[in-house]
Design a protein around this ligand. Structure first.
Ligand code: K1U
Ligand code: ZN
Length: 168
């Protein structure tokens, strides 16, 4: 297993649209293991393959306190959602130190493949629903700051540039 580099906003590669996984094989299982290790090391509660510069539809999420309940979604699709929407605070490992409110569907039903390539469906609400929608946006090339005002996005780009200069 390996800890992978996470792309940082405003890296243009974060706006690449991910392709579906054609076959869930050992290559994909290794990618998932590396993504999980990267998410745990960060630390974060989710990670999309886009963030590690792999443009295939793979997401990992673990909301457990013990960090022992890894959820894997390959080729995820939202097949139903509530009318109701809810605001929640989001963060992103690609935009470190920035947290802001985003409106999402309050409840979703997601269909995806598991690590054996089998299809499953899951109903989600609360933080799990928020996290799935956030990670699925990454697969579409969208970063959560794109929901914020242009002024906020410009300030965030400035903060990220400052962090990059400090790290250089
Ligand atoms: O996509 C990502 O960059 C991961 C992101 C997921 C997320 C968090 C909050 C709302 C929506 C999506 C993160 O994990 S940011 C870090 C974070 O939330 C966290 C880190 C350590 C402990 C607990 C939470
Ligand atoms: Zn993110």
């Amino acid at each position: 297993m390996a800890v992978l580099d996470i792309l940082r906003y405003p890296d243009t590669r974060l706006h690449t649209v991910a392709k579906p996984v054609a076959q869930v094989d050992e290559r994909v299982r290794t990618l998932v293991a590396d993504m999980a290790q990267t998410m745990y090391a960060a630390p974060g509660i989710g990670l999309a393959a886009t963030q590690v510069n792999v443009h295939e539809q793979v997401i990992v999420i673990d909301l457990s306190d013990a960090r022992d309940h890894l959820r894997v979604f390959i080729n995820p699709e939202i097949i139903a959602h509530s009318e109701e929407r809810a605001d929640g605070e989001e963060g992103c490992l690609s935009v470190p130190g920035i947290y802001d409110e985003v409106e999402r569907f309050a409840r979703i039903t997601v269909r995806a493949l598991n690590l054996d390539g089998q299809s499953f469906e899951l109903e989600a609400s609360g933080l799990l629903a928020v996290c799935i929608q956030h990670e699925m946006d990454h697969l579409k090339g969208k970063v959560f700051v794109q929901y914020l005002s242009r002024l906020k996005q410009s300030r965030i780009r400035g903060k990220m540039a400052k962090l990059d200069r400090q790290a250089a």
